[in-house]
Design a protein around this ligand. Structure first.
Ligand code: IMP
Ligand code: MG
Length: 177
């Protein structure tokens, strides 16, 4: 285990099992449709690539990047830093996100896709942190509920680091003290 990690919260095996289940739901729902899958960069890249490999329907991958975070606390504003290239009008949209925290990012991005005429908008998140929600927003599908702790790994970072850990872990206090 990485020296900066206090404990492993969710292992690769647990993630694999849960991603199989989530993919099964999505595969039932989207057969015959051609959704745009939008990984929200950078955090969702690991989770999204693992999920997308499990999907059997026709899809387009078109990432987006939003910013609202500096270090360990939210600044509250959501800005689209990189937009999708596709015309979403009339297409189902599936966002893939690492973690829903305040809910601001995905609420803003979902509203934007509705505005652009998406046929449907669904949010698939690896983790859901319900205790820190500040806006009314729920992921349609999520892997695990997360405690109100700062987590890293599987795409989740602390100042750009630890995204490559193949599990979700809690960072040692001393690392960000
Ligand atoms: P929010 O839901 O708009 O507050 O933002 C969600 C984003 O905050 C995620 O995509 C992460 O980048 C970041 N985030 C929230 N909680 C954590 C955490 O525990 N570790 C790492 N990043 C986090
Ligand atoms: Mg993120």
């Amino acid at each position: 285990m990485n020296n900066d990690i206090e404990k492993v919260l969710i292992s690769q095996e647990e993630l694999n099992k849960r991603m199989d289940e989530m993919a099964e739901d999505l595969n039932k729902k989207y057969q015959g449709q051609e959704p745009i899958v939008i990984p929200v960069l950078n955090g969702a890249m690991i989770f999204a690539s693992d999920m997308i490999k499990r999907l059997t329907f026709k899809l387009t991958i078109d990432p987006m990047k939003a910013s609202s975070y500096a270090g360990a606390s939210s600044t509250g504003k959501v800005k689209i830093v990189q937009d999708v290239k596709s015309d979403v009008n009339g297409r189902p949209v599936i966002f893939m996100e690492d973690i829903i925290d305040t809910g601001r990012t995905l609420k803003a991005l979902s509203e934007e896709m509705h505005k652009r005429g998406a046929k449907s908008v669904e949010v698939v998140a690896m983790l859901d942190k319900p205790e820190t929600r500040v806006v009314d927003f729920h992921a349609d599908e999520y892997g695990f509920k997360a405690p109100n702790e700062f987590l890293v790994g599987y795409g989740l970072d602390y100042n750009g680091l630890y995204r490559n850990l193949p599990y979700i872990g809690v960072l040692k206090q001393e690392v960000y003290a």
